[in-house]
Design a protein around this ligand. Structure first.
Ligand code: S3P
Length: 429
């Protein structure tokens, strides 16, 4: 099992231009290009474990993939090909859930989706329920709720669905199936989740509209226009460096060419509320908002209460918890029971690791209270979760820190330690 040891070295200064590109957009670029009739051009596709699993699955379904420097040319098949192998999603919940939606309507073909031990433990009922309502045939372990999953593609009927969870994965699975339904479909979620699927599909010529929280999807009558897209850096990956600059005195950093979609940068607003100096500098872009983020240490952070727009910061919560551990006073985060079913139970993982760092944490069913103070040297585990591993590695900029099972970082950000080594002494074994 990989272990990494970190020692503080210097403030977080300068600019970072090569943060991992956006994971959500990369998954979607590979999946949506299967719905075109002409080749898509994708620059900056994320080469990390999660998205490479998606690309491999797309290849298994007939996508031609040509690599030219930083560009992928993705040539769709005439129709989705029935694969002779199991489709391996690895650790990627986005892959498993979105492919369920895409494949549910691939008439006459049979598919098996599987993943690693963490993904096999995650709930799939949330996509199987709405897709079954459309007539999809999907089976799985534990009463059709866990992977491995078997999908038999068939005809889908127009359906209206009110989702009990605010989840872009559930919404996207529904939308992908709705594109092949026999009439218009509607989808409502309790609060807005990230909207990459809608934005990318609209740019590709699909007819989707959103009115007061109700998403309406018109089935495709012809193939989508191909993508021609440059994927910017992932704001969730960039956020580790934002927290780093916010907790290490004398830090000042510019994060270049980051996706600034409003559904993805809420955690930066919270960090700003805690006292970090943060500004955004947008650059015009066709598909989505993109720009540079400037972060400066603004003194010891202040405690904060977070209970709103949780879906817009769900992936950043482990790193925010690290910021809360360094803040003066008691912070509280609620409304995030979704954290219990991420790559690991992130509430339990954050609590265990922060306690190892000498911080007092009170676990709530849907969040936690953190009594900020002086963090001490510790050994923390990743629990097999990339974001837990990277969040606690950031504390290695303040105190000696060891992260066990650190290989999980490669799921979304394989070059993370390389970039962090500019500011921390790092030993890997
Ligand atoms: C994602 C959606 C989120 C997020 C995940 C990526 C996506 O999950 O946590 O890392 O790309 O759609 P949920 O939609 O399940 O909240």
């Amino acid at each position: 099992m990989s272990v990494v040891r970190l020692l503080p070295r210097q403030p977080v200064q300068g600019e970072i231009v090569d943060i991992a590109t956006d994971k959500s957009m990369s998954h979607r670029a590979a999946i949506l290009s299967l719905l075109c009739s002409k080749p898509s051009r994708v620059r900056g596709f994320l080469r990390a474990e999660d998205t490479l699993h998606t690309l491999q699955i797309a290849k298994n379904l007939g996508l031609g993939v040509q690599e030219k420097d930083d560009e992928l040319i993705l040539t769709p098949p005439k129709g989705i090909v029935e694969p002779s192998c199991i489709l391996d999603c690895g650790n990627a919940g986005t892959a498993m859930r979105l492919f369920c939606g895409l494949l549910a309507g691939a008439q006459g073909s049979f598919f098996v989706l599987d993943g690693d031990c963490y993904l096999r433990a995650r709930p799939m009922q949330r996509v199987i329920t709405p897709l079954s309502q459309m007539g999809a045939q999907i089976w799985g372990r534990k009463g059709d709720s866990c992977a491995p999953l078997a999908v038999r593609g068939g005809a889908l009927r127009a359906t209206n669905y009110r989702s009990p969870v605010a989840s872009a994965q559930v919404k996207s699975a529904f939308v992908l199936a709705a594109l092949r339904a026999n009439g218009e479909c509607e989808f409502v979620e309790p609060e807005p989740s990230r909207d990459h699927t809608e934005r990318m599909l609209q740019a590709m010529g699909a007819t989707l509209s959103c009115d007061r929280g109700m998403l309406r999807i018109v089935p495709l009558e012809s193939p989508l226009e191909p993508l021609d897209i440059a994927i910017p850096s992932d704001p969730s990956s960039a956020f580790f460096f934002a927290v780093a600059a916010a907790i290490v005195p004398d830090s000042e950093i510019v994060l270049r060419n980051v996706l600034l979609n409003p559904t993805r940068i809420e955690a930066y607003q919270i960090l700003r509320k805690m006292g970090a100096q943060i500004s955004f500098h947008a650059i015009p872009n066709a598909y989505d908002d993109v720009g540079d983020i400037h972060i400066r240490y603004g003194g010891q952070l202040a405690a904060v209460d977070v209970s709103e727009r949780i879906a817009w910061l769900i992936d950043e919560i482990p790193a925010l918890a690290v910021a809360m551990a360094c803040a003066k006073g008691k912070s509280r985060l609620t409304g995030a029971k979704e954290l219990r079913v991420k790559e690991t139970d992130r509430i339990a993982a954050v609590a265990t690791n922060l306690r190892a760092c000498g911080i007092s944490v009170h676990e709530l069913p849907d969040g936690f209270e953190i009594d900020g103070g002086r963090v001490q040297a510790a050994t923390c585990d990743s629990f097999g979760d990339h974001r837990i591993a990277m969040s606690f590695a950031i504390l290695g900029l303040l105190v000696p820190m060891t992260i066990t099972d650190s290989g999980a970082m490669a799921v979304s950000f394989p070059t993370f330690l390389n970039l962090l080594s500019r500011f921390s002494m790092i030993e890997e074994s």
